[in-house]
Every structure is written in C-alpha cells, then in structure tokens.
Design a protein around this ligand. Sequence first.
Ligand code: NIG
Ligand code: FE
Length: 423
Amino acid sequence: MSNSFRLYVKNAKQVVLVCNNGERFLTQEAMKKLSVIENCSLIIGKDGMLKAVGPADSIESQFKGATFDKVINAAGMCVIPGLIDAHTHPVWAGDRVHEFAMKLAGATYMEVHEAGGGIHFTVEHTRQASKDQLLSSLTQRLTRMLRSGTTLVECKSGYGLELDTELKMLMVIETARRNLDIGISSTYCGAHAVPKGKMVSEATEDIIKVQLPKLKEKMAQGQLKVDNIDVFCEKGVFDLDSTRAILQAGKDMGLQINFHGDELNPMNAAQLGAELGALAISHLEEVTNEGIAAMAKAKTSAVLLPTTAYILRLPQPRARDMLDGGVIVALGSDFNPNAYCCSMPMVMHLACVNMRMTMNEALAAATINAAYALGLSHSHGSLEVGKQADLLIINSSRWEHLIYQFGGHQELIKYVIIKGNIV
Ligand code: NIG
Ligand code: FE
C-alpha cells in the first residue's frame, strides 16, 4: 500500500459518519441515532477516496511515517459528510422577484402560473438566453451552494419545454458537471409544464417521440450524461396517465425516476412512483396514508422541500408520518425562481422547525438519504472507508450549530472538501 496520501484531517472533536455499516439509506430509529466518533481523524488517498477514519490515537500510530499533501488540524472542530441537495432547478434566466410581492399579497402559486407568470415567465427568458449566459448564472448559483456546504447537487432542466432549449439546458449542466468541483446529478425535466397553446396529450407525445429519442442519441454519442427523469404530476399540469407514460419511457432508456408529485393536490403520485420503481418523489405535501405505505414498501424515497411549503404557505409535508411509517426521507432545497434558497443548512433548519424532524434526522436526510434519492449512496452520503471524501469541517465543537444558527452559517463552515481537495 502506498504511504503517500492527499489529506490528513486530525484530532477532530467529533466526526459524524452518519452510518458505518455500508447502509444505502436510513429509516426510523437508525435516523434518530447517527454514527459519531469523538476525537477522531480521517485519511484521504490520492484518489480522493476515504482511506481511514477512526480514533485519533489509532490513526496516528497506523499512519506513522506516511506523507500527506496537506494536514488539517481540526482540534475543537467537527466533521460531517458534505451535504447533498436532492432537488434543484438552477438553470434559468429572468427575474421573478415581482412574483414574490404578488404571493405576499395573497396570490397562490397556480394563480401566478395561470396568469402567465411562474414557470412560463422563466421559460420565455430561458429560451432567449445563450448557453454562456445560462452557464455563468448556473456557476454563480452552484458556487453559493458549495459555500453553504453542498458537495453534490441534483440539477434539472425544465424551462425549455421544447427540444432545443431542453438540450441547451442539459448541455449547460453537462459543462458544469465536467468543469466544477461540486458533484452533479443531471435530470431531464421536459415535462415541467405544458407549453402554452399545447394540450397535455400533444406535450406528452412530443416528449416521448421527439425529445427523449434525441436525448438518447446525445447520450449514446457521449455528449451528455443524464441520470434522472422528472415530471410535474399535478392537476392542470401533467395528469397521472401522461406522467406514467413519460416516466416509463424515461425508465426504458435507463433513466432513474425522480419526479414532482402530490404537491398542490392529491394525485396518487406516490402510489404511481412506487409502482414504477421510482427512486424518489419530491414535494408530497398532499400525500395520502396509502401513498406513504406504498413508498415505504417500494423503497421509493421522499424528497421533502421545506422551502416551498414555507414560501407558498402550503401545508407542511407530513414528514413525521413518513419518517414513522418507514419511508426513506431525503431533503432538497428546490432552488428555483419561486424558492430562492441555495442553502441546505437553512433547509435542515426549516425541516426541524416546521416539519418536526430532529437534527439527526435532518442530517441523515441531507446526506445518505439524499444520496440514495440520486442512486449514489454506494459512493456518497457518509464518511465510510472506500467512499468519495466529500466532507465539511465545522468551526464549532458541536455539529448541530450548523442547523441551530440560521442564516449566515457560512462562517461556521471552515472547509468544504470534495474528493479530498479543499474547494
Ligand atoms: O418544484 N413544482 C414545480 N416546479 C418547481 C417550481 C418551479 C418554478 O416555479 O419555476 C418546484 O417548486
Ligand atoms: Fe421542483
């Protein structure tokens, strides 16, 4: 074995591994009690993978004589896995701050949408924007997320609603994936809204017969890597049958199913996702008991988005019922022009206060379970030997300060480390 390593993080007051037995997700009691080591050190290899984690004394003697590119003395500080944001819409142009004022004055999300605002407003501006403009704003947004501790993020298309703009968005995400430090899971969300002047059936046909085949071609040519397929399954948007058809077509070409469901109206989206073997369903403010049971049984994770319920003053997602019912609960920021939040610590804070999750549950939901929702929990989401070394060093002797102190928490994040590199 080589005696030369990339990074030695030594003497941390507390390292929250999250889990330590190769679990791919956590539920129920396991989410309440995370795996933690006091006075702990970590070693990261030249390949960016975690080589060792354990009590500081034993790591010190085990690696005596080894050389390291960098050593961080983390005395008095805490280490947690990098945060994973399982749901974002970060590629768009145009400013919707005026809609915030409308919503504060009482307009609902669908009223803004039906008045030609919301997604349609963003679609118009995104269609007109160049790739360079979109890449530049995406880079700024992802950088803000990184500074808030996000090391892996799901990024959706969905402000094109026709082939060229959807491809433009996916290519912008692909460029970011290849060039930025932050990890990216890419999602095709061509069914984010029904294009103006089209029927649901026409939009569904266009997606299945035109957009998905083109995507498949680009993927086969190695121009694009797309991981997930998403649909906004909602009354007045895509109904259950069109959602099923689009998701099935995506699954048939190897995409993971990860979609918006049961947000504003109960649609039985949870049952549909469970039936199709979806990896994740987001929102779920209006999920039924049957939907919760179906998701728990199928191991379809729930990506809960506390920012959306907060900003739209919706009923809170039934996090406690899902957690107690054995659903794999993950968290996402839902960053988009409606819910303008880049910060997973803020998301965890809202999840604890408004959705009654414990801080341990919120951290599990923002790490190992978010990795599961993206099909990446074999390599991400916990500090276990053999996994990618994505971690945060928190400048506090208790990691919970990251959730407790809301707003301005960047001061608390001393280092963001991705693949063993300080970024
Ligand atoms: O997840 N619900 C649908 N999509 C987004 C909102 C997108 C937008 O308003 O631009 C969401 O909240
Ligand atoms: Fe969303």
